[in-house]
Every structure is written in C-alpha cells, then in structure tokens.
Design a protein around this ligand. Structure first.
Ligand code: NAP
Length: 199
C-alpha cells in the first residue's frame, strides 16, 4: 500500500505520527517543498519521506489535510485523481476567525470531492483535535474511535483496514452525504467527541 499526506501541519503531522508508529512507509508534502520538511521527517523516523505535493498525489491512498481555503490550490495541478483513494481530513472552518464557511447546504466532502475528479473520497481523520489524533489510539483500556464515510465500498474497506492497522476502532457512518455530515465540523454532532470502543 502506497500512502502519502498532502499537508504537514497539525493534522498532517498527527496522521504522520500514527503511520510512522505503525511502521508504514509514507510521503508527506506541504506548499513549500520537501526541503522545508527535513526536520519533520527526521523526527518522524525512517518510514517518512518528504515529497512534493505532486508526488504525494500519485499515492494509492492520499490524505488531504490542508487549510480549507487552500484546498483548491493544493489539489488543482497535482492529479489526475482517477481511482485514487483520497481521505478528506478537512473541516470547513479556519483559523484565526473560526467562522463556518457557507457550503450552500452541501456536505463539506461533496465540496472537496468536486475538486478531485475521479477520486474515491473517504471522509475520516477529521473529527478529533490534532493532539488527540496524534496520541496513542489504545486509550482508556480500549481503542479510540475514528469515523469514516464514503460512497465507494472498496475505498471505504481499505480505509477501514488502515484505521484498524493504526490501532484505532473504525466506525462506518455510511455515505458522504449521510455519515459525512454527521462527522463534519461545524454542523455535525460527532466532531471533537473523544470516544473509546471497548469490544
Ligand atoms: N487542527 C486541528 O485540530 C484540526 C482537527 C480536525 C480537522 N482539521 C482540518 O485539517 C485541515 C488541516 O488543518 P491543520 O490544523 O493541520 O492546518 P495547519 O496546521 O495550518 O497545516 C496546513 C498544512 O497545509 C499545507 N498547505 C497549504 N497550502 C498547500 C498547498 N497549496 N499545497 C500543499 N500543502 C499546502 C501547509 O503547508 P505550508 O505550511 O507549507 O503552507 C500546512 O502543512 C483543515 O482542513 C482543518 O480544518 C484540523
């Protein structure tokens, strides 16, 4: 499995820490190029490689963890996305104002999917604050829960496998328009909940 992350900030780094801890090789990219990530990949260890966003976009599974307003620029010229699994870890809200973006009533992942023609989008890794997402998923005697939603069953199954491999407990919320809305922030009831599964 070939994995990469576009976005190396709070959430991209949290995902990177989990991949590194699980011993999975991955590439990580930001807007400023691989050289700017030298310190981060050194800290992450031998499984991490700094890559360009264009290289990251060629992976089988691409995590997208970019500031909401910068997503269009981040994904515009780095496709094609045909068949790739893209994990939408984004929320339609942004520092420093933290005002909800007007999505015109659409699910936030529907807006992201429109920017990634042909990609198989799975919404996941977006509902926890970065510090918790980076932490040990084996928590309180159980496993910390991550939600996932998507319209492509095979893509969802692969993301579910990855979530389990990282040590989290995955919960399938259904489609992007159904479950995706439950897990989107702001608006859904599930974000920020730190849930642990015991069985
Ligand atoms: N922070 C949280 O607790 C949290 C929780 C859940 C979900 N989220 C969501 O996760 C996403 C990322 O948030 P964050 O907190 O990780 O933001 P962040 O710390 O500001 O990091 C954003 C990352 O996106 C990269 N980026 C920006 N434009 C890019 C481009 N054109 N090409 C490639 N990379 C680009 C930045 O690279 P440069 O630094 O090089 O510009 C940076 O590495 C957002 O959608 C946010 O809503 C955040």
């Amino acid at each position: 499995m070939n994995i990469a992350i576009i976005g190396a900030g709070a959430i991209g780094s949290a995902i990177a820490q989990q991949l590194a801890r699980a011993g999975l090789d991955f590439g990580i990219a930001n807007s400023r190029g691989p050289d700017s990530l030298a310190g981060l990949v050194r800290d992450l260890g031998p499984h991490a490689a700094a890559v360009s966003a264009a290289e990251a976009a060629q992976a089988d599974i691409v995590f997208l963890a970019v500031n909401w307003s910068k997503i269009p620029a981040a994904v515009k010229d780095v496709g094609p996305w045909q068949g790739r699994i893209v994990i939408d870890a984004n929320n339609a809200i942004e520092a420093p104002l933290f005002q909800a973006v007007d999505l015109g009533g659409r699910a936030s992942s529907a807006v992201v999917a429109e920017l990634l023609p042909g990609a198989r989008l799975v919404k996941a890794f977006n509902h926890l604050q970065a510090a918790l997402l980076a932490g040990d998923p084996r928590a309180e005697g159980g496993r910390r829960v991550l939600f996932y939603s998507g319209d492509d069953a095979q893509a969802k199954a692969r993301v579910a496998q990855l979530i389990e491999r990282l040590g989290f407990a995955g919960i399938d919320l259904g489609t992007l328009d159904g479950g995706g809305r439950l897990a989107q922030f702001p608006g859904g009831p599930l974000p920020v909940l730190n849930l642990v599964k015991f069985a």
